[in-house]
Design a protein around this ligand. Structure first.
Ligand code: DGJ
Length: 743
């Protein structure tokens, strides 16, 4: 019976006699050389990523989590019987060989084949100030394709950053169909994925999802504004179905890329989970000529054994020190003209706003959209983008005059640009139609009445750099640029790239980074805000060049509780632009007390975005007071460790605190988001991160009568962390801010 089956199968695959004659004798199959089994351990102070190289040279991820004292013991672990269906667990699985899962790497070679099998060829390591770099070299044993897996371990922050370098060492061109930055296998009984979806004015909304078997994908195909739909980041709670701030194993990951991205989570039938992270391969089969290489963006990982709170703190500490541009430096408070004036201003309007900003103790004035365009004046969002000359009828005295007025008032001066975009109603669109992102012969769709400029074209890179450069020359001492980007890419394509359209999405983002790199070489000190209709470009790729983000176009303080909470899970408070605006709120119509709006905005980089002359005398006095007090404690917001005390998603309250590294000072923010029944006393927040044995004096800010019985008194850290801190926040939108100082 078996024999019959074998013969039938054989007969089916036998080629016709003629074809057999024509075929050259097959080369004997090549086999990879055997290597010495070994363990490579990438270590930080509290974590280990352990890679095992088997005797055939296959590289497996065996552990990512708590630090293992004797990683060599993994050599004792048998890799198991040969399994002809799978080789899950590979550190960088490629399509081909016996691997049938979701690949980190898929290559299409010139002969049309898709098989790649990577084997270990060497390992090296070097120290680079606070970071040790381990590079594993792998190579396909037939095609001369090689891959370097590069791991940077940031010891003190418990961060491991991975990227790969893919080299076509063969003589023929090839195409990269998948080219992830990282593949990470983990093993647990349950996987609770926390990730962030969003929309305009609803950025970084948290979602939890228990992963089943099969594939979960989080992706962006938007090109620009890549992060407004989904953020390239996640937290993964291991072995639990509950999200916890303080307990359990959590892996957090974030991709440093501002274009299309893809995170996938594949749980196999053995219960293992493979996390792949990288550029989205959507419409991006990337060609590699013979001898050419491709470097993927960084994937940032941390592991915490103490819940999500510690994972966030690890990311924040690392980001402030190594990733955010000038991270951890205290940035100025500001008044932004947008919601106070929109497009309707004159020089006089702006001067009076500056007077008010200076009067309230703010430190910078930012002139938002609407200052440019003459033939096509920018008096609405339907004209002028691309024509970056000062509108002489609106601002006849020029930007120079405005900037020097601001400076004379002791204010810094900032200005808005949206350099990647063009309105069809502009001189630029008429002079350079070939610079617009477009698919040949098809309609070029508009979004917010605008088109996107093709940053995959080096001439456009120069133009965009020129916009920034010329804007900086409009006045001596421009201190801040708000870089906006208000639409996604649709009907994509590039006139410049000709037949190589597959390169478009990747090279758009690389073009953007080229411009930002040039900007930083020329203007290392200017503050840059990364804005994209709010949080449409919030990622660690752009933050390398930018000091902060515009967290959301939604300035309603209630919505902000959710948006800022979500953002804080991955990104540090020093980057979170947060503004007090008017009521009813322009986005939601919600009405909240001015104090609640200040208390929310003060948990990030405080700004105001309203017409100050519309504030009453009492409101002005409160604004002055809140701004003054913020300046006393804001170093904690910019550099302290964040502890989230209550989640807005859990019910009625939101609470968080920042603690100085030496635990001598802290600031606590508490908010009521819903009606509190009268028979309930104060809300208990268990403070965190204090020194249990030190005594702290607690002072509520910006009130004459405190909402906490302990205000002005001294308490030990353990008392405050033990459940005694229970301010009364009795009504919807009650809020309170407390400063703690150790004696
Ligand atoms: C969108 C931004 O997010 C807003 O803050 C504002 O700058 C407008 N664009 C201006 O058009």
């Amino acid at each position: 019976m078996k024999l019959i089956a074998f013969l039938a199968a054989t007969l089916m695959v036998l080629p016709a006699p003629q074809a057999r004659k024509a075929k050259k004798p097959a080369k004997p199959p090549v086999t990879p050389p055997a290597v010495q089994q070994q363990v490579v351990s990438v270590e930080t102070e509290n974590t280990s990523l352990i890679l095992l190289i088997d005797g055939k040279g296959q590289v497996y991820t065996r552990h990512y989590g708590a630090r293992i004292g004797q990683p060599g013991l993994y050599l004792e672990e048998a890799l198991g019987e040969e399994d002809y269906n799978t080789c899950d667990g590979l550190a960088y699985p490629a399509t081909g060989g016996r691997f049938v899962g979701e690949p980190a790497l898929q290559v299409k070679y010139a002969d049309g084949t898709h098989n790649t099998e990577l084997y270990f060829t060497g390992v090296s390591s070097e120290e680079r100030g606070g970071c040790s770099v381990t590079t594993l070299s792998l190579k396909d044993y037939v095609t001369e394709l090689s891959v370097k897996l590069v791991f940077e371990a940031y010891l003190q922050e418990d961060i491991i950053v991975e990227h790969t370098e893919i080299l076509n060492g063969g003589k023929q061109p090839l195409e990269l169909l998948n080219y992830a930055s990282s593949s990470l296998y983990v093993q647990a009984d349950d996987y609770l994925l926390t990730h962030f979806w969003g929309a305009w004015a609803a950025d970084m909304q948290m979602e939890h999802e228990l992963l089943g078997h099969d594939l979960k994908v989080i992706e962006s195909r938007r090109g620009t504004q890549a992060t407004q739909g989904n953020n390239p980041s996640f937290l993964l709670s291991l072995g639990t179905r509950e999200f916890s701030e303080t307990a359990g194993e959590v892996i957090a990951g974030a991709l440093a890329w501002s274009g299309n991205f893809r995170l996938s989570f594949e749980r196999d039938n053995g219960g293992r989970l493979n996390i792949l992270a990288g550029i989205s391969p959507f419409a991006s089969a990337y060609p590699l000529a013979a001898g050419a290489s491709f470097t993927t963006p960084d994937m940032i990982y941390t592991w915490s054994g103490e819940g999500a709170g510690k994972a966030s703190r690890n990311l924040h500490r690392w980001a402030r020190k190594y990733s955010v541009y000038d991270g951890g430096e205290v940035n100025p408070t500001l008044l932004n003209s947008w919601e106070g004036a929109y497009f309707n201003f004159t020089t006089e309007t702006l001067l009076r706003m500056m007077d008010d900003a200076a009067g309230m103790g703010l430190e910078m004035f930012v002139l938002d959209d609407g200052w440019f365009g003459n033939k096509f004046p920018r008096n609405g969002d339907n004209a002028g983008l691309g024509d970056w000359e000062v509108n002489t009828s609106k601002l006849p005295e020029g930007i120079d005059f405005l900037a020097s007025y601001a400076h004379s008032k002791g204010l810094k001066f900032g200005i808005w640009i949206e350099p990647e975009m063009v309105n069809p109603r502009s001189e630029l669109a008429r002079n350079h139609p070939e610079w617009v992102v477009q698919s040949h012969g098809r309609e070029v769709y508009q979004g917010r009445n605008q088109w996107v400029l093709d940053l995959s074209n080096p001439a456009v890179e120069d133009f965009v750099f020129g916009i920034f450069d010329r804007t900086m020359q409009l006045a001596p001492g421009i201190d801040y640029i708000k870089w906006d980007c208000n639409r996604v890419i649709q009907s994509f394509g590039s006139t410049y790239l000709g037949a190589q359209q597959d390169r478009f999405f990747v090279e758009y983002c690389q073009g953007l980074y080229n411009v930002m790199r040039r900007i930083r070489e020329k203007y290392p000190r200017v503050l840059v805000q990364c804005c994209s209709s709010g949080g449409g470009r919030v990622d660690y790729g752009s933050l390398r060049y930018c000091n902060e983000i515009w967290t959301s176009d939604n300035t309603d303080a209630r919505s902000r509780a959710f948006i800022q909470y979500g953002t804080s899970l991955i990104y540090p408070a020093c980057v979170m632009g947060s503004h007090v605006s008017t009521v009813p709120n322009h986005q939601t119509g919600n009405v909240t007390p001015l104090k609640f709006r200040f208390d929310m905005a003060c948990a990030g980089r405080l700004g105001m975005e309203l017409q100050p002359k519309n504030l009453s005398a009492d409101e002005r006095a409160l604004a002055d007071r809140c701004i003054r007090s913020y300046k006393q404690y804001r170093d904690l917001v910019f550099t302290g460790d964040l502890y989230r005390l209550a989640s807005p998603y859990d019910g009625k309250y939101y609470g968080l605190m920042y603690v100085s590294e030496d635990k001598s000072r802290a600031v606590v923010f508490t908010y009521c988001l819903d009606y509190e029944p009268r028979n309930v006393g104060g809300k208990t927040f268990r403070l965190q991160g204090l020194d249990p044995s030190r005594t702290y004096r607690v002072t509520e800010q910006n009130v004459d009568k405190s909402c906490w019985w302990g205000n002005g008194k001294r308490f030990t850290g353990d008392f405050l962390m033990g459940g005694a801190f229970n301010p009364r926040l009795p009504q919807i939108y009650s809020s309170a801010v407390f400063v703690l100082e150790a004696e």
